[in-house]
Ligand binder design. Structure first.
Ligand code: PSU
Ligand code: MN
Length: 308
């Protein structure tokens, strides 16, 4: 770690030890806890996902901004406090330095978690869904900073594709333009978060964690900047089919427009409305897919430590 970075980075003893021993570490974001799921399922899920990573043979490293530090690896009390806190900032690349300098409490989105993971020396990160190009982006210009982060920061992000609240075709076009490999795991189709199918072909397909690790390592060896998006379809028994989701998504998006929601409030608002409209069914699916992603991420991290 460089001297400049030292005051800002606090890595837990367990994670630091694991990294020093080349053990498989998987980063986890905290926006999913503070803005993506309601209490108490947010904390229950965060704990469960950490357990899933351990059971698969890895070490979890949940990331949050607290007291002027990027904290990598959280204890249970911090997680519980975070899960109930009201005034937590949702941090992307644009707000990370502000939150650190002003000692604000902030949760990390996919973009900010990738930055923190890279600073800590972690190459694999599991989450639910990434941000993307929003529907109507041609007038709002709302394109998540997650996409540009994937183009510049060398971390493999394991997600269940992109939510159909986004414009998925434009999201894939943008990732292609920015040179981000988009790999579907054991599927020819790009998955749509709650649904296994988006109707769009996956740009690339790989069937094993070892091949994913080999592709990631090759990219690094070539000196190509940026990461990689691994799209892991939600398990069959937890999926909500796209045609069932479509009217709920349409309703939630219409509600967001009517309520005048813009910028970084859009994703949390729409997720919350879909949870209400679906009577909690969307949340059960969300939990199942995050757990599924954490297990695959751990297998990829293991393959990387084994030199794939
Ligand atoms: N998708 C979810 N839950 C979430 C998010 C996405 O199912 O909590 C969060 C992630 O942290 C993601 C962020 O990085 O929303 C994207 O926000 P925006 O569209 O404002 O960039
Ligand atoms: Mn946005």
């Amino acid at each position: 770690m460089t001297e400049n970075l030292k005051p800002y980075l606090s890595i837990s003893a367990e994670v630091a030890d694991a990294l020093a021993r080349n053990q498989p570490v998987v980063a986890l974001e905290s926006t999913i806890v503070t803005h993506g799921m309601p209490w108490p399922q947010n904390v229950e899920t965060a704990r469960q996902v950490e357990t899933d990573i351990r059971d698969t043979g890895g070490i979890p490293a949940t990331i949050v901004i607290l007291g002027g530090k990027i904290c990598v690896g959280l204890d249970d009390k911090t997680l519980v406090d975070l899960g109930q806190a009201e005034d937590v900032m949702k941090l992307s690349r644009a707000d990370l330095a502000f939150a650190l300098a002003m000692k604000r409490t902030g949760s990390t989105t996919v973009a900010a978690t990738m930055i923190a993971a890279q600073l800590a020396g972690i190459e694999v990160f599991a989450t639910g869904g990434i941000g993307g190009v929003h529907q109507g982006a041609e007038t709002t210009f709302d394109v998540s900073a997650d996409l540009d982060e994937l183009a510049v920061t060398p971390v493999a992000v394991i997600a269940a594709g992109a939510k159909a609240i986004l414009d998925i075709p434009k999201t894939l076009e943008y990732l292609e333009t920015r040179g981000v490999p988009v790999v579907a795991y054991q599927s020819d189709e790009f998955p749509a978060f709650w649904s296994r199918s988006s109707g769009l072909p996956a740009p690339l397909r790989l069937d094993t964690a070892r091949d994913i690790a080999a592709t990631f390592s090759t990219r690094k060896a070539l000196g190509l900047s940026g990461g990689m998006l691994v799209a892991n379809p939600v398990p069959v028994d937890a999926e909500i089919p796209a045609d069932v989701m479509a009217p709920m998504i349409a309703q939630a998006l219409a509600d967001a427009v009517e309520a005048g929601i813009t910028a970084k409030e859009v994703t949390p608002f729409v997720l919350g409305r879909i949870f209400e409209i679906s009577d909690g069914r969307s949340l059960a699916t969300n939990i199942a897919l995050v757990r599924n992603n954490a297990r695959l991420a751990t297998e990829i991290a293991i393959a990387l430590t084994e030199g794939s």
